[in-house]
Write a protein that binds this ligand. Sequence first.
Ligand SMILES: O=c1ccn([C@H]2C[C@H](O)[C@@H](COP(=O)(O)OP(=O)(O)OP(=O)(O)O)O2)c(=O)[nH]1
Length: 150
Amino acid sequence: MILSYFVQILKLPGNENVNLPRKMSEQASGYDLFAAIEGDLTLAPGARALVPTGIALAMPGGLEAQIRPRSGLALKHGITCLNTPGTIDADYRGEIKVLLINLGQEPVTIARNERIAQMVFQAVPSVTMVEVEELTDTERGAGGFGHTGK
Ligand SMILES: O=c1ccn([C@H]2C[C@H](O)[C@@H](COP(=O)(O)OP(=O)(O)OP(=O)(O)O)O2)c(=O)[nH]1
């Protein structure tokens, strides 16, 4: 079943010429995000930058957007998102920004309107956490961190 939602998108003042997030193929999961920067931005090795996209969203409750790296930028240049996946909350109305980091050994220049990351929408279940004195039992119990390999 394909869930469908309406999401409002706004070009922020001064960003009338930015590209809207775009799916590069019909069934792509992610909408590519474009750098809404004036001129170029060079990231030295190890440097990070919060890159504006010039857009804001209004999503219905129960939806989030995840900001994920692009594999091509990561492979070719070592550019990824530091806080991946970035979380865009349904109630956030500010500018979507992308926290890029250069994990490569060379400086990398990002150009205006370059595709810097992708945005994937996800449904978020409604959860009510209930504090208890004891948890239900399972075969795994507290085993983890490679427990099943032993
Ligand atoms: O990659 C990101 C991550 C977050 N945000 C925006 C949307 C999100 O709804 C808001 C808050 O993000 P998050 O909850 O990750 O940040 P926080 O450090 O917990 O800050 P806050 O106290 O504002 O929630 O910042 C972005 O634009 N890009």
